[in-house]
Design a binder for this molecule. Structure first.
Ligand code: NDP
Length: 433
């Protein structure tokens, strides 16, 4: 903590992993050799750079860009780019650290990285976003490559931004390679990639439910967020017969009737967010739904909660409220949405709780599948990619069971942390310091 001041989210992520590892390391001391733990928390490389661009009024704007190349023991660095005003070193190091273990869990050969900028795409014109993305890539291009580091989207970076970033990389490098994932279908993208994180989160929750002979059918589901992950978590939950009761953004949440969100309402949400780039308050007005300004959705009575917005959006009190209302499944679509206090509550209650690094790994896994398709210059069908995603989520669930069984319960936090760690640690030990 002294070495990395003001990086609270990073400390939190490391603490959670190390708490899981403690008893495991006591039984497996080989993993404390070669200063392995000291090495694993230190990024292999951090790049910070100036991004200057011109806004629509002709003013020069200055932002800060980052790329954290955290760990390449099992493959090229891989992880998204986040454009949001809260982005700083502490946020990106937490995300890069989580990404290392998550990528190891996917069964695919990908190291961990993360990057982004404090640039806020909200309220910017398409032309401004394009100029920013071009300026960002004009520096980033020299640090990445299809066999070195392959960024993707995250908060604030969707299909539009990936397009502008990819266009600039191609112009500078004069090569058409798999240097970014989340590309458009016509130019190297994979079917199911937009859906993958949300679908994967629901597939993981489905596997957890199956351990208790249960399913999504008829369950009340509370979702936070309304971006990429939230949208497709809603879609899959609806397809499996669940009733989605809420979506939200950082201003408030929307409540659907007891019968749940319909497919037509989901289509309208996707159009509002992705085409018109409006707030959910506008959505509630247009759909005649109740809207709760300044509130999060965790007070709504449910069986399953899917936090799909951002880090630390669900605290200890929210966890108590959810448990008090009978919620017995929590699967994280976002990265670290639950605070340490909330996680403690879920584990103590013995509910089915999946940490993001296990349940939201479907996004990066499908990015890995996009890289494979690019490498063989073929595109797989929707069914083929979806089936691979489904099987990967099942395999991640199995890994969590392998390392997380505690009597007749499963601690998915320990399971995911230990399974991811073992793979990366074995590779690091084999490769020397
Ligand atoms: P989007 O930008 O598409 O959506 C983000 C959503 O989260 C929006 O509804 C946004 O609301 C809300 N949000 C963002 N910041 C805050 C905040 N400070 N407080 C409350 N709500 C907030 O991003 P994604 O859907 O891609 O990402 C959501 C989460 O999932 C992130 O944690 C991301 O790291 C994680 N994730 C994403 C993957 C992917 O493939 N996209 C893969 C794995 C994890 P608002 O518009 O008000 O900001």
């Amino acid at each position: 903590k002294q070495k990395n001041p003001n990086q609270e989210p990073f400390h939190q992520a490391v603490e959670e992993v190390f708490m899981s590892l403690d008893p495991f390391l006591a039984k497996n001391p080989k993993y404390t050799q070669q200063s392995l733990l000291e090495r694993i928390v230190e990024p292999e490389r951090v790049v910070m750079f100036r991004v200057t661009w011109v806004d629509d009024k002709g003013q020069v704007q200055v932002n800060r860009g980052y790329r954290i190349q955290m760990n390449s023991a099992i493959g090229p660095y891989k992880g998204g780019l986040r454009f949001h005003p809260t982005v700083d070193l502490g946020v990106l190091k937490f995300l890069a650290f989580e990404q290392v273990f998550k990528n190891a869990l996917t069964t695919l050969p990908m190291g961990g990285g993360k990057g982004g900028s404090d640039f806020d795409p909200k309220g910017k014109s398409d032309a401004e976003v394009m100029r920013f993305c071009q300026a960002f890539m004009t520096e980033l291009y020299r640090h990445i490559g299809p066999d070195t580091d392959v960024p993707a989207g995250d908060i604030g970076v969707g299909g539009r931004e990936i397009g502008f970033l990819y266009g600039q990389y191609k112009k500078i490098r004069n090569e058409f390679t798999s240097v970014l994932t989340g590309k458009g279908l016509a130019w190297g993208g994979s079917l199911i990639r937009p859906e993958a994180t949300g679908y994967g989160t629901v597939y993981f929750a489905q596997s957890m439910l199956e351990t208790r002979g249960d399913s999504f059918e008829g369950k009340r589901v509370v979702v936070s967020g309304s971006g990429n992950v939230a949208q497709y978590a809603c879609e899959k939950a609806i397809q499996l017969g669940a009733k989605v009761l809420t979506v939200s953004d950082s201003n408030g949440f929307v409540l659907f009737p007891d019968s749940g969100m319909t497919e037509a309402q989901l289509a309208a949400l996707i159009e509002l967010k992705e085409v018109r780039r409006e707030r959910v308050s506008t959505y509630a007005k247009e759909q005649g739904l109740q809207y709760f300004e300044g509130q999060r959705p965790w007070g709504v009575k449910c069986d399953i909660a899917l936090p799909c917005a951002t880090q630390n959006e669900l605290d200890e009190n929210d966890a108590k409220t959810l448990l008090g209302n009978g919620c017995f499944v929590v699967a994280e679509g976002a990265n670290m949405p639950s605070t340490l206090g909330a996680v403690e509550q879920f584990l103590k209650a013995g509910i089915l709780y999946a940490p993001g690094k296990a349940s939201n790994a479907g996004g990066v896994a499908t990015s890995g599948l996009e890289m494979s398709q690019n490498a063989i210059r073929l595109s797989w069908t929707r069914e083929e990619v979806d089936e691979r995603l489904f099987n990967i989520m099942k395999a991640i669930h199995e890994s969590c069971l392998k390392y997380g069984k505690e009597g007749d319960k499963v601690n998915y936090v320990n399971g995911a942390n230990i399974a991811g760690f073992v793979k990366v640690a074995d590779a690091m030990l084999a490769q020397g310091i």
